[in-house]
Design a protein around this ligand. Structure first.
Ligand SMILES: CC(C)(COP(=O)(O)OP(=O)(O)OC[C@H]1O[C@@H](n2cnc3c(N)ncnc32)[C@H](O)[C@@H]1OP(=O)(O)O)[C@@H](O)C(=O)NCCC(=O)NCCS
Length: 173
């Protein structure tokens, strides 16, 4: 296997732009949540793929709250970046905005964390390179990723709460 070189979050930056068309909307003329999650999944998969240069699968999606509806005819901007890599998994942070180009304003729609796992040709998890954060925001996301990972693994039934040392440290001295 090729030697793995560490990367930065910037190396994984993925920006996707879409236009909300009638077939993307519900009866209120707003973008359907499922359509947005589909685009987010693709943007996140591209970011994860840029990091590990290998096929990946979506392992989990953390809670997504839709703060503002995105209207028919508006533009959707999705920005995805890998925050941290573990052994075979990568956490991807996404920010989503809507844009009304006629009125010339942008509004936040949501943000979310997706986790991707890199697979080898036998479809088994394979190691990924480490990531080195550069900016203050990237460092904060990197530091928080360990706690978010433990929480999602507990919720996914993959970790026992008493193994979650990072989370315990928040509550017990
Ligand atoms: C994700 C998947 C590859 C994990 O396989 P697995 O046999 O459970 O592998 P492991 O237990 O060795 O875990 C491998 C990695 O996945 C991570 N992982 C497993 N389940 C996870 C979950 N629910 N959330 C976040 N990460 C998860 C583990 O933490 C581990 O990460 P690490 O190597 O960085 O420590 C496997 O469950 C799978 O293929 N799921 C279906 C993926 C898919 O089809 N997605 C599209 C939706 S249909």
């Amino acid at each position: 296997m090729k030697a793995m070189t560490s990367k930065t979050p910037k190396d994984t930056l993925t920006i996707m732009t879409e236009l909300v068309l009638p077939n993307d909307t519900n009866g209120f003329g707003n973008l359907m949540g499922g359509r947005l999650m589909y685009w987010m999944d693709i943007a996140a998969a591209i970011a994860a793929g840029k990091h590990c240069n290998a096929p990946t699968v979506t392992a989990s999606v953390d809670n997504i709250s839709f703060e503002n509806p995105i209207k028919l005819g508006n533009i959707v901007h999705i920005e995805a970046k890998v925050t941290r890599a573990f052994t075979s998994s990568m956490e991807v942070y996404l920010k989503v905005w809507g844009e009304d180009s006629t009125q010339q304003y942008r509004y936040k729609s949501n943000e979310a964390y997706f986790t991707f796992v890199a697979l080898d040709p036998n479809r088994k998890p394979r190691p990924v390179p480490q990531i080195i954060p550069e900016t203050d925001e990237e460092t904060a996301l990197y530091d928080g990723a360990l706690r978010r990972r433990q929480l999602r693994l507990i919720l996914g039934g993959k970790m026992k709460p008493d193994q979650a040392d990072e989370l315990k440290a928040l509550f017990f001295k």
